[in-house]
Design a protein around this ligand. Structure first.
Ligand code: SF4
Ligand SMILES: [Zn+2]
Length: 322
């Protein structure tokens, strides 16, 4: 992909935070006592059962990292939430959701960041979730360690931590400004495995600076890397713009959203490995490029892959010829 105009992303890592922050649009105006979203979905469990899973998107203080592709900060606060606010958010969502067996508490950052989720609330949170067989939270690898153990021990069910690998392409990972290396990711994964905490991994499909022609290959290598780290599940995330910085990279030819066929092929590869579950994030496909004629059929195929963990027959289309 030849840049339309020279890349504007600074060469020096010292300038990345500022460059990314300077491009931010406004954040949402949120109530610290309410989750900013919640939903019930069905997911294939590790044992192959389809189980109802509640997902609560917690409102809390924004993550301290400044990843180039991240737009999650838009639904965060600049200040820490008061003690009791996160348990109140959980109550609010659970009172409105149908019963579920598993629960995801996604906080647009790291659950184990003490400025995001007050550690004083951990035991109250664990008490509220005691009936769930599994709790899935997110964390940056740098925050994985002994601080996770009291929370793990206070849960009724199993703890699973979702970590963003983003990509196994080490140079691009560096430029994403996640301030994490592949060995650091592996070490955090190993720590989780040793402490009987399951690992879910987020992989970006076609992150910025990646040539479109190489994006499937790198999604496959990232799946391999995640499973080598012991992941029980990998979620493929189509990279999107929406945080100001990514729009600028798109204008200079350093980023374009992936094609639906790339997502399909990456998911099929991951499933063919039979090393763990593979999900494609279908929450926001607006920017994913595809043919108008077969788009719905391909999204349905991905939904089927997610739910059944099988690879349905390929879709043919006379319009795009794929
Ligand atoms: S660590 Fe995660 S939440 Fe934090 S900025 Fe990076 S991608 Fe966003
Ligand atoms: Zn088509």
């Amino acid at each position: 992909m030849k840049p339309a105009v020279p890349s504007l992303y600074p060469a020096s890592a010292h300038e990345w935070d500022r460059w990314i922050l300077d491009r931010r649009p406004l954040r949402a105006d949120l109530d610290p006592w309410r989750p900013y979203d919640f939903r019930l979905e069905h997911e294939c469990s590790a044992s192959g059962e389809t189980v109802p899973v509640a997902t609560i998107f917690l409102t809390n203080r924004e993550c301290p990292w400044r990843c180039l592709m991240c737009d999650l900060w838009r639904n965060t606060l600049e200040k820490e939430v008061p003690a009791g606010a996160i348990p109140a958010q959980i109550d609010h969502a659970l009172a409105r959701l149908a019963p579920a067996r598993q629960i995801k508490l996604y906080n647009s950052g790291s659950f184990f960041d003490p400025h995001a989720v007050p550690p004083g609330d951990h035991s109250v949170i664990a008490g509220k979730l005691s009936a769930f067989e599994r709790l899935i939270v997110e964390s940056h690898p740098a925050l994985i360690g002994d601080r996770c153990l009291p929370f793990r021990d206070s849960l009724g069910g199993r703890l699973e931590v979702a970590m963003g690998l983003e990509t196994a392409h080490s140079e691009i990972l560096l430029r994403l400004n996640k301030r994490m290396t592949l060995p650091q990711f592996s070490a955090a994964a190993e720590w989780l495995r040793k402490h009987e905490i399951d690992l879910r991994v987020f992989v970006l499909v076609q992150p910025p600076f990646m040539k479109e022609a190489e994006s499937l290959d790198w999604a496959e290598r990232s799946l391999d890397f995640a499973f080598n780290c012991g992941a029980t599940a990998v979620s493929l995330i189509p990279t999107r713009s929406g945080n100001g910085a990514m729009e600028q990279l798109a204008a200079s030819g350093d980023f374009s959203p992936p094609r639906l066929k790339t997502l399909e092929a990456a998911a099929a590869y991951g499933l063919s490995l039979r090393r763990g579950r593979v999900f494609t994030d279908l929450w926001d496909l607006k920017q994913v490029r595809s043919c108008w004629e077969c788009r719905e059929r391909r999204v349905s195929r991905l939904r089927e892959m997610n739910l059944n963990q099988t690879i349905p027959p390929r879709i043919s289309c006379l319009v795009c010829g794929e």
